[in-house]
Design a protein around this ligand. Structure first.
Ligand code: SF4
Length: 210
C-alpha cells in the first residue's frame, strides 16, 4: 500500500485528554466529508474544517510505502526504543488509510497509537487511543472509544444523542472561527448545565505551535 501523507511532525498534543503530551503527528491526506477546496466548503458534509489536509506537500509530506513511512516516523519521533512513543494519526480522515498492519509494526517499535477520526469509518484493530469527533450531519459508525470530542456549537446538535455512546471522556471544544469568544461562552454555559461534558481547548493555537 502507498500512503498519502500531508505532513509528519513532532509536537505537543494540544487538545483533548492527552493535551500537553509529546506526540508525533502523522496527518494523512484526504477526507470523506470534504474535498478540502474552499469553493465547495459551504456544501460539504463537514463545513467548518480548520485544517489543510489536501495534497502531500506539507512538512515531511509525500507518498510512502509502509517501510518508508515507519522509518520516517522513527526519525521524527527521535526517541530511544525503550521509551514508549506516542503517535497520533489524524487528517483529513485517517481511517481512510490507517490499517492493521501499519499499527502492528509500529507497536513492535514501542508506539502507543492514537487516532483522531470523524467516526464515519470503522477502525482497524490495535489502536490504543480512539478520539471520535462527530460532524453531526453524518452518521457515526465508530460509536466507542476513549474520548468523544464535539465541536460546539453545531447547528442541530443534541448532546443527549451522544451521551450514551461508549466513551470514557466527553469533551466539548469551542468552534474556532471569527466568533470564537461567543462560541467559548456558549461552550462554558452548556458545560455548567451538563457537567458530563468537559472543556477541550486547542491550546496549540494559543501557544503558537502546530
Ligand atoms: S471531518 Fe475533520 S478533516 Fe474532514 S472536513 Fe471535517 S473537520 Fe476537516
Amino acid at each position: 500500500m502507498i500512503y498519502n501523507v500531508k505532513e509528519i511532525f513532532l509536537t505537543i498534543q494540544g487538545e483533548g485528554y492527552n493535551s500537553g503530551k509529546k506526540a508525533t503527528f502523522c496527518r494523512f491526506s484526504g477526507c470523506n466529508l470534504w474535498n478540502g477546496l474552499e469553493n465547495s466548503k459551504k456544501t460539504a458534509k463537514c463545513n467548518f474544517c480548520d485544517t489543510d489536509f489536501v495534497g502531500i506537500n506539507g512538512e515531511n509530506g509525500g507518498k510512502y510505502t509502509e517501510v518508508s513511512l515507519i522509518n520516517k516516523i522513527e526519525k521524527i519521533s527521535n526517541c530511544n526504543n525503550n521509551i514508549k512513543k506516542f503517535i497520533v494519526f489524524t487528517g483529513g480522515e485517517p481511517l481512510l488509510q490507517l490499517n492493521e498492519q501499519l499499527i502492528k509494526k509500529l507497536k513492535k517499535k514501542n508506539y502507543k497509537i492514537a487516532v483522531e477520526t470523524n467516526g464515519t469509518i470503522k477502525a482497524p484493530k490495535g489502536i490504543d487511543w480512539i478520539c471520535v469527533s462527530p460532524k453531526i450531519k453524518n452518521k457515526i459508525v465508530l460509536n466507542y472509544g476513549n474520548e468523544i470530542k464535539l465541536v460546539y456549537p453545531q447547528r442541530g446538535l443534541k448532546l443527549k444523542n451522544f451521551e450514551n455512546l461508549n466513551f470514557d471522556h466527553y469533551y466539548l471544544q469551542p468552534l474556532y472561527n471569527d466568533k470564537y469568544d461567543q462560541n467559548l461562552k456558549k461552550t462554558l454555559e452548556i458545560i455548567m448545565k451538563y457537567p458530563k461534558w468537559k472543556l477541550s481547548l486547542q491550546t496549540h493555537k494559543f501557544i503558537g505551535i502546530k
